[in-house]
Design a protein around this ligand. Structure first.
Ligand SMILES: [Zn+2]
Length: 320
């Protein structure tokens, strides 16, 4: 099984998560720029974060055989902070980068006038830079938030089939689908969608344009939820082709609209700007096998002592 998690905040996760995700079948992720929990106080704080999403995090993911791309934006919550809003002027220089596959996550949090402006401006940027957009819908007043989001999308230059509306549930899926958008579902441990509800939604609406993500971040969340949904779908009688469509081909098609999706992580450097994820002295890696996707097999812990070894631990190791 091959899995693409189209919305996960790996910056907040550990190498153990990457290892478990690879073992569960995850071979690709997209990490949307978002709120860090702790408010930012200046645009410069965003720039260091964006650079990490473009440099360090893809490097870390590649060590575990996972292709990493990101989406860049001013997130809905911080769109309300005048200290942060000037970051909008600097987004264009990030939107031209190879690993940026969408503008996002944008959308509504509290549905304020400042959020209206940031959403409209960033949908326009997506149209100008020929990128799709990942649009977050609010956790409160979901249906009202969705309707307002769809109105702003309709008024924008970006066609709805370049828009992924995320955090949908049973109350919002129909209108988002009727609006012509891609349909994203975040599956969390306790709140929002769970595996069984996801099965029911797919039974009712079918797999077309549906994406499932873990949205795992610094809060209570589970980076293996994509696999758990896949297993629930198979158990409920969906075919492997259905599962591959929802968990792989749909996210590939959506982010492929950017023209920048590169799912090959074969050429992995052992260091990023001279730094590695290792502790101690690297030793050569042995016994690597090729996964079904042809991608790197990722973290195989060949160090019971835990101190030295990592998956691509030696700068001098070369592999087919
Ligand atoms: Zn998110």
């Amino acid at each position: 099984m091959r899995i693409f998690d189209p919305h996960i905040h790996m910056t907040s996760r550990t190498t153990d998560d990457y290892e478990a995700m690879h073992a569960a079948g995850v071979r690709a992720v997209v990490e949307p720029a978002f709120w860090l929990g702790q408010p930012r106080t200046s645009p410069a704080s965003f720039f260091d974060y964006f650079d990490a999403l473009l440099g360090w995090e893809p490097f870390r993911a590649a060590q575990y055989g996972i292709a990493h791309h990101c989406t860049i934006a001013l997130n809905p919550k911080e769109a309300n902070d005048p200290r942060c809003v000037p970051v909008l002027d600097e987004l264009p220089r990030y939107l031209v980068k190879d690993h940026v596959v969408a503008v996002g996550e944008i959308g509504y949090d509290s549905m304020t006038p400042a959020e209206d402006t940031a959403l409209a401006v960033q949908l326009q940027l997506a149209a100008e830079y020929a990128l799709p957009a990942l649009v977050h819908t609010p956790h409160r007043d979901k249906l009202a938030g969705l309707r307002r989001t769809l109105d702003v999308v309709r008024e924008s230059a970006l066609p709805p089939d370049h828009v992924l509306i995320d955090h949908l549930n049973e109350t919002t899926v129909k209108e988002a689908k009727d609006g012509g958008c891609w349909l994203g579902f975040s599956v969390y441990p306790d709140t929002k969608m769970d595996e069984e509800r996801m099965v029911a939604v797919l039974r009712e609406y079918g797999p077309e344009k549906v994406l499932v993500n873990s949205a795992a971040d610094w809060g209570k969340s589970d980076p293996l939820k994509t696999r758990k949904v896949a297993d629930a779908l198979l158990k409920a009688g969906f075919t492997e082709d259905d599962v591959d469509r929802v968990l792989w081909r749909n996210p590939v098609a959506f982010y492929g609209l950017s023209g920048r999706l590169d799912l090959d992580v074969a050429d992995t450097d052992a260091t990023h700007e001279g730094n590695s994820i290792l502790r101690g002295i690297p030793k050569p890696r042995t016994g690597a096998s090729t996964a079904e996707t042809g991608l790197r097999p990722g973290a195989q812990d060949d160090s019971q002592a835990g101190a030295q070894a990592g998956p691509q631990s030696s700068p001098t190791t070369t592999e087919a």
